[in-house]
Design a protein around this ligand. Structure first.
Ligand code: ADP
Ligand code: MG
Length: 380
C-alpha cells in the first residue's frame, strides 16, 4: 500500500453532501481525481466528482468495488457504517481511521472516550431501558436535553425535557433506542476548533471560532472568536490532546461550550471538516478542505494563517420559502462571497449554502454577512 497519495491519483469519498463537494473542489484544484459513494444521485459531491457511485452503505461488495478504483478513502459524514470503512480498508488506506469513526459516530462511545481520558464533558447519563430514566434524570438534574446516541445531527434527535415524564416521552419518540440525558448548560457562548493532524504527526489548527446556533443548527460563525486568549489557548490545547489520543489523521472539529462561569466543556467531535470552518475557504491560506486533502493523502499540512477577519452565515432552505433569494442584492457588498451546494429541494432546515464576509474586524464581518443575508429576502 502506498502511503503518500499524489496529485493525479484518486481520492474516494464516502458520503456526497456539501462537505464532500467542497473537499472535491479543493482536491480537483490540486489535480486529484475524486470518486464519491452514497445512496443518492446528482448529489452536491457527485456534481463535482469524476465518478459518482449510487449504492447503499451496507452493500459491502459495492464498497469494495469502489475502493478498488481509488487510492485512499475518506468520509464526509460520520454516519457511514464502520463496516463500510472496514471493507474499504481491506483494499486501500482509510483516513481518518475506522477507529476514529467508530468512537465519534456514537455519543455514548464518544463521551465515554473523552471522560475516561479526563477531558471535560457536559454531565450526562446513559439510558438503555425505560426503568432507568428517572434515576438518570435525577443524576443529571432538570431541565435537561435528551439526545439519541446515534445518527443525530443539526439538532435532529434532540429534545429539551423538564421532567421524567417528558424524558420518557422523548425516549418513546426516538424509538426506544439508547439515549443520552445531558444537563442543560448555561451557555455564555459556543466555540469550535478545527484542526488537522498529518501522517507525520504534525498538527495545524485554525484557532478558535465563535458559533451561534438557531434551533440547534449552526447559524453564524465569527473567526477569530472574540474571547480571552486564555480560553482560546485552552480550547486549542484540548483539541491537540484529542487528536493525539485518537492517533488521528485528517481534519477534526471539536465543539465546545463555554459556561457563564467560564468553564470550557467539550460538546462533541466531528471527524471531518466542519460547518464552522467554511470561512477558511475565503479567509485562510489553506482551507479546511485543502487541509483534509493534504492530511489524508500524506502531504505536508498547509499554513492555516487567516488573511482577514471573517464571518460565515448559513443559508437554510427556509430562505427559499417565498421564491428564489435575491442573489444580486446580497452580492452588492463586494466583500461577501456566495457558496451554494447544488441542492434542488429547499426543505426549511436544509443547509443549501452559505455566505462569507471578509472585513477589517470580526465585528464588521459579522454585521456585513448578516446584512447580506437579510438582503436575500427583503422584498420591495
Ligand atoms: P448536533 O449533533 O445536532 O450538532 P449538538 O449536541 O452539537 O448536536 O447540539 C446542537 C446544539 O444544541 C448545540 O450546538 C447547542 O446550541 C445546543 N445544545 C446541545 N446540547 C446542549 C446542552 N447540554 N446545553 C445547552 N445547549 C445545548
Ligand atoms: Mg453539534
Amino acid at each position: 500500500m502506498t502511503q503518500v497519495i499524489l496529485p493525479g491519483q484518486t481520492i474516494g469519498v464516502l458520503g456526497s453532501g456539501q462537505l464532500g463537494r467542497m473537499l472535491t473542489l479543493a482536491a480537483r484544484r490540486m489535480g486529484y481525481r475524486v470518486h464519491t459513494f452514497s445512496p443518492d444521485q446528482d448529489t452536491p459531491t457527485g456534481q463535482i466528482a469524476d465518478v459518482e457511485i449510487a449504492a447503499p452503505y451496507d452493500d459491502l461488495d459495492a464498497i469494495r468495488a469502489f475502493a478498488r478504483h481509488v487510492d485512499v478513502v475518506t468520509f464526509e459524514f460520520e454516519n457511514v457504517p464502520v463496516e463500510a470503512a472496514a471493507a474499504a480498508a481491506e483494499i486501500v488506506p482509510v483516513r481518518p481511521s475506522g477507529r476514529a469513526l467508530h468512537i465519534t459516530q456514537q455519543r455514548v462511545r464518544e463521551k465515554a472516550f473523552l471522560s475516561a481520558r479526563g477531558f471535560p464533558v457536559v454531565p450526562f447519563a446513559t439510558v438503555r431501558t425505560k426503568d432507568t430514566i428517572d434515576a438518570a434524570l435525577a443524576l443529571v438534574g432538570a431541565p435537561a436535553i435528551v439526545k439519541t446516541a446515534a445518527f443525530g445531527y443539526d439538532g435532529k434527535g434532540q429534545q429539551r425535557v423538564a421532567s421524567a415524564q417528558d424524558a420518557e416521552r422523548a425516549w418513546q419518540q426516538f424509538g426506544e433506542q439508547e439515549i443520552v440525558i445531558e444537563r442543560l448548560v448555561d451557555l455564555r457562548l459556543e466555540l469550535s476548533v478545527v484542526a488537522a493532524r498529518g501522517m507525520d504527526g504534525d498538527i495545524a489548527h485554525f484557532g478558535t471560532l465563535e458559533n451561534s446556533h438557531r434551533h440547534h443548527i449552526l447559524d453564524l460563525t465569527v473567526a477569530p472568536a472574540q474571547v480571552d486568549a486564555a480560553v482560546s489557548s485552552e480550547a486549542v490545547r484540548l483539541t491537540r490532546a484529542i487528536l493525539m489520543e485518537l492517533d488521528y489523521v485528517g481534519v477534526l472539529c471539536v465543539e465546545f461550550f463555554l459556561t457563564r462561569r467560564g468553564t470550557l466543556l467539550v460538546n462533541e467531535l466531528a471527524p471531518r471538516p466542519h460547518n464552522s470552518g467554511h470561512y477558511s475557504i475565503d479567509a485562510c491560506i489553506t482551507s479546511q478542505f485543502e487541509q483534509q486533502v493534504r492530511a489524508v493523502c500524506g502531504l505536508p499540512l498547509g499554513s492555516t494563517a487567516q488573511l482577514r477577519p471573517a464571518a460565515m452565515a448559513n443559508l437554510l432552505g427556509v430562505l427559499w420559502m417565498d421564491g428564489e433569494p435575491d442573489w444580486t442584492a446580497a452580492l452588492k457588498s463586494s466583500d461577501v462571497k456566495l457558496h451554494l451546494y447544488g441542492k434542488t429541494a429547499a426543505r426549511p432546515r436544509r443547509k443549501m449554502g452559505h455566505l462569507t464576509a471578509l472585513a477589517e474586524s470580526a465585528d464588521l464581518a459579522r454585521s456585513s454577512v448578516l446584512a447580506a443575508r437579510a438582503a436575500l429576502t427583503r422584498r420591495t
